[in-house]
Design a protein around this ligand. Structure first.
Ligand code: ADP
Ligand code: ZN
Length: 220
């Protein structure tokens, strides 16, 4: 199964991507995670993208496109993949299309996570990320067992620099300006399905699995 998850920051794409990736044993390809890893590891690419990521601006298309195409060429992506946070501009969508065409494959579904800016802001300002393993928690919706500490690896949780309210507002604005047009782009080729990002994570996950079964993407 090859999926693209589309929607504003804070719509719950990452959470669903993780659940689906475990269920179908296909890689969760999050450009945000990949770029943050590069920044943390202080690679050459990390240096190039750090400032964009920190202030919530889009990393230039040519850089992100290269990163994704390289990732898609790895053997584990042969079985399928879940793209989370890519494409985010028309140019990215077109380049993705081109690359997939060359590989003779296509995206099965684009899942559009519909939500309101209010929900996004609440989700992101309450989000806490583990500095060790990168897992996300939420102060109210998904609190860790011990305050400020990761359930899985025991390291400290922190608020992402770009999850501060001012930066979140900017990210939402960039989403409206650059990414919203992709909804129509994928509607036109028939692969778009809309879900509510406001649903509780497990509920939304069941809904997605039901939809995949009904559309015969997976066995019932
Ligand atoms: P969110 O979806 O919550 O906004 P991500 O973790 O997906 O956050 O992305 C964080 C940052 O990484 C973005 O603000 C941007 O700087 C960079 N980034 C991620 N994906 C892309 C992309 N497809 N194109 C350009 N920049 C990207
Ligand atoms: Zn952890």
């Amino acid at each position: 199964m090859r999926l693209v998850l589309l929607g504003p920051p804070g719509a719950g794409k990452g959470t669903q991507a993780k659940l689906l990736s475990e269920k179908f044993n296909i890689p969760h390809i999050s450009t945000g995670d990949m770029l943050r890893d590069e920044v943390r590891e202080k690679t050459e690419l990390g240096h190039k993208v750090a400032e964009f990521v920190k202030i919530g601006e889009l990393v230039p298309d040519d850089i992100v496109i290269k990163v994704v195409i390289h990732r898609l060429s790895k053997p584990d992506a042969k079985a399928g993949f879940i793209l989370d946070g890519f494409p985010r501009t028309l140019k990215q969508a077109e380049e993705l299309n081109k690359a997939l065409r060359e590989l003779n494959i296509s995206i099965d579904r684009v899942i559009y996570f519909q939500t309101t800016p209010e929900v996004s802001i609440k989700r992101l300002s309450g989000r806490r990320v583990c500095e060790g393993c990168g897992v996300n928690f939420h102060l109210i919706n998904m609190p860790p067992k011990h305050e400020g500490i990761c359930d899985f690896c025991g390291k400290e949780l922190f608020l992402r620099e770009d999850d501060k309210e001012e930066t979140v507002k900017k990210r939402l604005e960039i989403y409206r300006k650059e990414t919203v047009s992709l909804i129509d782009y994928y509607k036109n080729n028939g692969s778009l399905r809309e879900v509510s990002g406001d649903l509780e994570a497990n509920k939304l996950n069941s809904q997605l699995l039901k939809m995949f079964a009904e559309e015969k993407l997976i066995a019932k």
